[in-house]
Design a protein around this ligand. Sequence first.
Ligand code: SD4
Length: 373
Amino acid sequence: MEFVKYFSILFIVAVNVSCKRQPIVVNTWNFTNATIKAWDVVYRQQRSAIDAVEEGCSVCEVEQCDGSVGYGGSPSEEGETTLDGMIMDGKTMNVGAVAGLRYIKEAISVARHVLDYTKHTLLVGDQATEFAVKMGFQHQSLSTPNNEQIINDWKARNCQPNYWRNMLPSPETACGPYEKVSSSIQDIRVLSPPVDEHNHDTIGMIAIDGNGNVAAGTSTNGLTYKIPGRVGDSPIPGSGAYADNSVGGAVATGDGDVMMRFSASFLGVEFLRNGYTPQQAADMVIARIGKYYPENSAAIVVVDVDGNYGSACQIFSSFPVSIYYSELDEVKVETTRCRQIGDEPNGSVYWTVSKALWVVVGMAVCKNFVRIS
Ligand code: SD4
């Protein structure tokens, strides 16, 4: 009983006392150079959150962060790298995005051009490329010898894994070309190719500037061995990222084919709007996905307008998040353990208690306690 009382008090303190951190930059994974760049923009240069997100994510496009962002990674079955990116301004609720972008390296900047210079939200494929060229971006190959090597190795493994099903010859043992099975479609849950932190590291970034404006964005080259034309969650507003000045922002990473079915980032922001803390919101998003797809890799970061943040994940072994705000002397990386099959669901009492402890420790570095409700 004493134990339960002790943890209940800790939990109540953890969810009700929070820090005021503005500006702040938070992004997925340990892509710290991106965080540092965004922090420089939003803090030292005192520029906007949206500039910070664009310039921060651009660092990863140049560095090809973990091979999952930028050129030369995650080739499709045909060996081509294409890029998805989006950027959202939480002040105006304006979004620019590109999907299946070919031959242009700067996906998030092209997305920013969609936002700044058009009334559209999302441009795709070759026409997104044409738009980018018109806007002055350089048309160049996104392939490197790495693409060819990855696809040659894959073919040598009989094209395993892949994203086909209900085809002949069986995609589980053979390469295509395939033909569709016209009868007895099996509506079984077919596992996607394993996705983990080694092949699955989209950058998603949330920034809040000194004026309290929230922006969020993503940049990725999607999933390796994808069927050409496949677009993931990252460029879809509300899926890969979402921002709203009145409550906060969220970004998602993981198996986007599944995650986009839940509008994960929008859901996280809506949980904030309904009064949940960022940690609770993140846990609830992952619990929602996990209820239907417990075996899929999924991770989310949620930040409220006061700069409190939370993250949650499943199936990845762990999920690092990079953070910068003014009380820190340098960028910091906080790592969350991810729920595994058979664990208590995210958001359950035991899970929440362990998260609450983590939050309490995190608060030790926080100087301004502003919200005690
Ligand atoms: C996608 N969500 O295209 C992206 C991939 C990803 O880390 O997050 N990689 O499905």
